[in-house]
Design a protein around this ligand. Structure first.
Ligand SMILES: Cc1cc2nc3c(=O)[nH]c(=O)nc-3n(C[C@H](O)[C@H](O)[C@H](O)COP(=O)(O)OP(=O)(O)OC[C@H]3O[C@@H](n4cnc5c(N)ncnc54)[C@H](O)[C@@H]3O)c2cc1C
Length: 290
């Protein structure tokens, strides 16, 4: 069935998600180049097999049943700098990219320091923090379209919004992007990185596996975390999953958490927030295979 790519079978997805939840992927493949990705997608399509491309798995909840198809880990890595333009592979981790900008005398991406995702996932999600997001700096994105042809799209055409991009609506597979950065004093950039990491350590629950913030902040004077806290849900536990006592929008895996626990706990949160604030919380994380 797969002739040109070397796949693994029946691989627990809990291994590849930051929250350590998820049943098995029927097939799993590590794509290290856009050509690898193209071939894997073509072979899967020819065999009628479902595919899902993932990055670092830091924003994903897979069901306990797993994924009945081919999960492709995007491991396309490169960092090239020309003047103030930085080209990076979708498989580069955000922290590698933040470190590289300092090396080349560039700045702007300090707000991404400490976020555990990869560039592909960050562009797909328009990841950010403190009201800045990666989309602000994207000059163009390289991707494979639904027919697996190599294409580029400009930053403005990528329709970036709050944790939103065009890639969520189209069947596009991100292979890399070009970031337009400013020159910056390395010592100052380094200080900003340190401050951001410290802020994350102080405010977020990084001691246990999680998928970061579970819900988007609604259009409301209170954040999702504040609403959950007001509902007295900090510390609420279902199975191995718990609403973090440090940051109420984090659900932490304290042991053998299951996707089913996640569904029950988030339903309870949504119900209580709806009843108390008349607000419908929307997921920031992606739920797959439910
Ligand atoms: C402790 C912690 C802190 C976090 N803090 C933040 C934060 O401050 N701000 C923030 O925005 N997020 C945060 N996150 C969430 C997460 O790290 C980001 O959303 C990150 O950008 C997701 O990237 P990823 O590579 O892990 O994507 P994944 O979780 O692997 O995938 C996310 C989605 O993107 C799709 N995708 C991934 N790569 C590709 C690709 N190459 N082509 C097409 N589709 C793709 C996947 O199919 C999936 O639907 C945090 C998470 C954790 C665990």
């Amino acid at each position: 069935m797969f002739e040109k790519i070397k796949i693994e079978e029946n691989v627990p997805l809990s291994k590849y998600t930051s929250i350590k939840i998820g049943g098995p992927a029927k097939y799993l493949y590590n794509a290290k180049s856009s050509q690898d990705l193209q071939i894997a997608l073509q072979e899967a399509k020819a065999a009628g097999i479902n595919t899902l491309v993932i990055g670092a798995g830091s924003n994903l909840i897979f069901s306990d049943k797993g994924f009945d198809g081919l999960v492709i880990r995007n491991l396309i890595k490169y960092i090239k700098v020309e003047d103030d333009l930085m080209s990076v592979g979708a498989g580069n981790n955000l922290n590698e990219v933040v470190t590289a900008q300092t090396k080349y005398g560039l700045g702007d991406l300090e707000f991404l320091a400490g976020i555990p995702g990869n560039i592909g996932g960050a562009v797909w999600m328009n990841a950010g923090s403190r009201k800045i997001a990666i989309g602000n700096y994207v000059k163009e994105v390289e991707y494979l379209d639904e027919f697996f042809n190599k294409k580029t799209i400009s930053g403005p055409d990528s329709e970036f919004g709050y944790r939103k991009s065009i890639f969520q609506d189209k069947k596009y597979y991100i292979t890399g992007c070009v970031l337009n950065l400013d020159y910056a004093e390395p010592a100052l950039v380094q200080k900003n990185i340190g401050d951001n990491i410290l802020h994350k350590q102080e405010t977020q629950d990084l001691k246990y596996p999680s998928a970061g913030c579970v819900f988007k902040n609604p259009m409301h004077e209170l954040t999702a975390a504040q609403m959950i806290e007001e509902c007295q849900l900090k510390g609420k536990k279902i199975g191995g999953l718990e609403v973090s006592s440090k940051h109420a929008n984090y659900i932490i895996n304290t042991g053998k958490g299951k996707a089913e626990d996640f569904v029950i706990l988030t339903s309870l949160i949504k119900q209580q927030v709806r009843d108390t604030f008349n607000v419908q919380l929307e997921f920031e994380i992606q739920m797959i295979g439910f």
